[in-house]
Design a protein around this ligand. Structure first.
Ligand code: AHR
Ligand code: AHR
Length: 480
């Protein structure tokens, strides 16, 4: 059985079921998600294998030698409640016409029972939505929902959500949402410790318990894979959570609605959001693997069975890197492969990261400027950070999507901005270097200046022309 078979047996059927990793009904054989590739704009649907796990190999074959984005996350419930690129609302997204960004198809690799699959890695600016969903709870009607998330990928911005929201992408008032939130925002509510926390986004408030503000029974979560569950019915709601890779769910709150005007009764509207707030606030980040929404208030016993099913799916980490291996502690230099520039290496001039012509006969200072010590990724040690050879303690990081050399300030944002994952070079030469925190974006030289660029985004340096060559670098032993 799948999670939605369990919810059906419990009398609270799934009215939306989303996953890029597996079928959520045992009998589901339709498409899980659609990817679009950068080379020609073609799309393909990724379906489950007979095991129920997504056919990641089909994605890898379709996306070979180019980039891919997740364009549609299909609804497996049969109601057509698919998630697509979120439109502008109270806030605009960074993509053209105010839409949010789409997720990279390769930002969140995992295995389920040993089989590779990909989750949805939501960078700030990324969001999915369905403003015309059918069968989802409206008004004060009862519903439940769960999501499997990456407990190590979060931030404090509003709002990494999955669940029920406004149909016009605007803040229409208290009680117009009921969604899972995951992150360490402290603007509205908090739990114990420093976060991240599972909270309920009920609009104009992330709630960690009976009242606004701190509720110490809502714990900080540190599991790599997290099961988060929220449910609500007239004057009753609950937060539950646990380790998606083992054990059972705990109840962090179960009780009455907040005693603030607008939350009792609720005014749910029934749209579905992923990765954003109800008003399209899009500064948050997180990773989504699977989730559902139900009709009716699921019993704890039903949710406990769903948790057992999730644990049995055996989510585990998969490598974030591929292609030529890098050795932590070694010195490297990175040579451009675009025809213009094959004698140019990634170097720095002060804090500017650029390309410069370097050879074995260059001055020692220039050789050092073009040499980088490979470090374990500051935000994720499955990837890398690149420390300057001549300015120890300074690393290549992105800032406003440009690459700069900055001293490590010890912050979580710096660590994330300075963490990059290598993969086989997209043009077939060397390696491409992907931002961990914005996996649609790669080291790219553009007019000899370095950026993190996406293949066809809104910036000048995102141009599709020469993209594959500009993002492919031959990595060798460092000049210095
Ligand atoms: O409730 C928190 C957030 O407040 C909602 O997600 C958003 O719509 C509003 O800004
Ligand atoms: O480079 C994109 C973002 O810009 C970085 O994450 C942040 O440091 C800056 O605001």
């Amino acid at each position: 059985a799948g999670p939605c078979d369990i919810y059906s047996s419990g009398g609270t059927p799934c009215v939306a079921a989303h996953s890029t990793t597996r079928a959520l009904f045992s009998a589901y054989t339709g498409p899980l998600y659609q990817v679009k590739r950068g080379s020609d704009g073609a799309t393909t649907a990724i379906s489950p294998l007979s095991s129920g796990v997504a056919n990641a190999a089909a994605q890898d074959a379709f996306c070979a030698g180019t980039t891919c984005l997740i364009t549609i996350i299909y609804d497996q419930s049969g109601r057509g409640n698919h998630l697509t690129q979120a439109p502008p609302g109270g806030f605009s997204g960074p993509e053209s016409n105010g839409y949010d960004n789409l997720a990279s198809a390769i930002g969140a690799p995992v295995t389920l029972n040993g089989q590779k699959a990909y989750g949805v890695f939501v960078s700030p600016g990324t969001g999915y939505r369905n403003n015309a969903a059918s069968g989802t709870a409206k008004g004060d009607a009862a519903e439940g929902m769960y999501a499997v998330l990456d407990g190590t990928h979060y931030n404090g911005a509003c709002c990494f959500d999955y669940g029920n929201a406004e149909t016009n992408s605007r803040d229409t008032g208290n009680g117009h949402m009921e969604a899972i939130y995951f992150g360490d925002s402290t603007v509205w509510g908090t739990g114990s410790g420093k976060g991240p926390w599972i909270m309920a986004d009920l609009e104009n408030g992330l709630f960690s318990g009976s009242s606004a503000g701190n509720n110490a029974n809502d714990p900080s979560i540190s599991y790599r894979f997290v099961t988060a569950a929220i449910k609500g019915q007239p004057n009753q709601w609950a937060i539950r959570g646990g380790n998606a890779a083992s054990g059972s769910l705990s109840t962090f709150y179960s009780g009455a609605r907040p005693q603030v005007s607008g939350y009792n009764p609720m005014s749910k509207e029934g749209a579905i959001i992923l990765g954003i707030g109800g008003d399209n606030s899009n500064g948050a980040q997180g990773t989504f693997y699977e989730g559902v929404m139900t009709s009716g208030y699921p019993s704890d016993a039903t949710e406990n069975s769903v948790q057992a099913n999730i644990v049995a799916a055996r989510y585990a980490v998969a490598p974030l890197t591929s292609g030529p291996a890098l050795t932590v502690g070694s010195s490297i230099s990175l040579r451009a492969t675009t025809a213009c520039c094959t004698t140019r290496y990634i170097a720095h001039s002060g804090s500017t990261v650029d390309t410069q012509v370097v050879s074995s006969s260059s001055a020692t200072a220039l050789k050092q400027q073009a040499s980088w010590t490979v470090r374990a990724g500051l935000a994720n040690n499955a990837c890398f950070s690149f420390e300057s050879r001549d300015t120890s303690g300074s690393y290549i990081r992105h800032s406003n999507f440009g690459l700069v050399l900055n001293a490590n300030d010890g912050s979580k944002l710096f660590a994330e901005d300075a963490t990059f994952c290598t993969q086989a070079g997209i043009n077939g030469q060397g390696s491409s270097v992907r931002s961990w925190s914005y996996p649609t974006r790669y080291f790219r030289h553009y007019n000899n200046t370095l950026y993190i660029a996406s293949n066809g985004g809104v910036h000048v340096f995102d141009a599709t022309a020469a993209f594959n060559d500009d993002v492919s670098f031959v990595i060798s032993a460092g000049f210095a």
